[in-house]
Design a protein around this ligand. Structure first.
Ligand code: GLP
Length: 242
C-alpha cells in the first residue's frame, strides 16, 4: 500500500490504515518494533509531523506503545471485559490466563448510609471490606474493593483468601450462590495509589466498575473496581432499537 497524494483521505489516516494492515495482516507480532518515524516518513514521502500524528493516535488507541529511547512497538490486544456475572478467577481462566490475587486490606467496617442503601442493610451494620489486587499471569489488571455484609458470611474474616476465588468461597463455605447482578462501568482517572499498584503512570485512564451481586434476591456484594483501560475494552452486540 502507498500513500495517494490525490486522495481526499488525509495522509495521516492513510498511514494509519497502512500500519493497521501491517499489525493485523502481515505477521507483525506483539512487541515487534515498527520502523522509526524517520524511516516511515522516508518510505511514504510524509513529513515527520504527519507520521507522528498517526503514531500518536495509534498509541492513544492502545494499538502501539512507545519505549523512550527504544522505539515504537506493537501492543497486545485488549481483553474484552466480561459482561456476565463471572468471577475474576473464572473469567481469567476462560481466557487462558492464570488468575492471581494479592490481599491489600481486609477490615470489618460499619456500613455508611450510602453503602447500606446499596446493600439493603441498616446503616452501621458490619460489613466485610476486602481490597485485592487482581492479576493475570502475574500482571496487575485491577484493584477490587468488595463489601459483603457480615451477616451473609460471618466467619469470612478468618478465611484465607490470597489466590482464592471469593465467589467460590462464598458458595462452598456459606452456600451463597450468586444468581443475578447489575453493574455500571464508567471512565475514570487512576489515583496515585492504585496507579502504583497497577504499574500505571498516575492519572492514567481506567474503567471504574460498580457491581451489585445478588443471591436469591439478597444483595451479597457491592464491589467497586478499578480496571486498566489500557488492557480492557468493552464489546456488545447491538440489536435494533425497534
Ligand atoms: C469480579 C467482580 C468482583 C468480584 C470478583 C470475584 O471481578 N467484579 O465484584 O468480587 O469477580 O472474583 P473471585 O471469585 O475470583 O475472587
Amino acid at each position: 500500500m502507498t500513500i495517494d497524494p490525490a486522495s481526499p483521505i488525509p495522509k495521516y489516516s492513510q498511514l494509519r490504515e497502512i500500519l493497521l494492515d501491517w499489525i493485523e495482516e502481515s505477521g507483525l507480532a506483539v512487541d515487534d518494533a515498527i520502523p522509526s518515524e524517520r524511516e516511515l516518513g522516508a518510505r511514504y514521502g510524509l513529513s515527520r509531523m504527519t507520521v507522528r500524528q498517526t503514531i500518536d493516535h495509534l498509541v492513544a488507541e492502545g494499538k502501539l506503545y512507545r519505549v523512550p529511547g527504544k522505539g515504537t512497538f506493537v501492543a497486545r490486544p485488549k481483553i474484552e471485559m466480561s459482561l456476565r456475572l463471572a468471577s475474576f478467577t473464572e473469567d481469567m481462566r476462560a481466557r487462558g490466563f492464570e488468575p492471581g490475587s494479592r490481599d491489600l486490606a481486609r477490615r470489618i467496617d460499619p456500613a455508611s448510609g450510602h453503602l447500606a442503601r446499596l446493600l439493603a442493610i441498616r446503616p452501621g451494620a458490619p460489613v466485610h471490606h476486602i481490597e485485592r489486587l487482581r492479576t493475570a499471569d502475574g500482571e496487575p489488571m485491577a484493584v477490587e474493593r468488595s463489601n459483603i455484609p457480615l451477616a451473609v458470611a460471618p466467619g469470612l474474616a478468618d478465611q484465607r483468601l490470597a489466590g482464592r476465588s471469593l465467589y467460590r468461597l462464598l458458595e462452598e463455605e456459606y452456600g451463597v450462590l450468586l444468581d443475578s447482578g447489575e453493574q455500571t462501568i464508567e471512565a475514570g482517572v487512576c489515583d496515585p495509589a492504585d496507579a502504583r499498584l497497577l504499574g500505571l503512570p498516575a492519572g492514567s485512564a481506567v474503567l471504574l466498575l460498580q457491581r451489585r451481586s445478588f443471591a436469591a434476591g439478597v444483595c451479597v456484594e457491592v464491589a467497586i473496581s478499578t480496571y486498566r483501560a489500557d488492557r480492557y475494552q468493552l464489546r456488545s452486540t447491538l440489536d435494533p432499537l425497534y
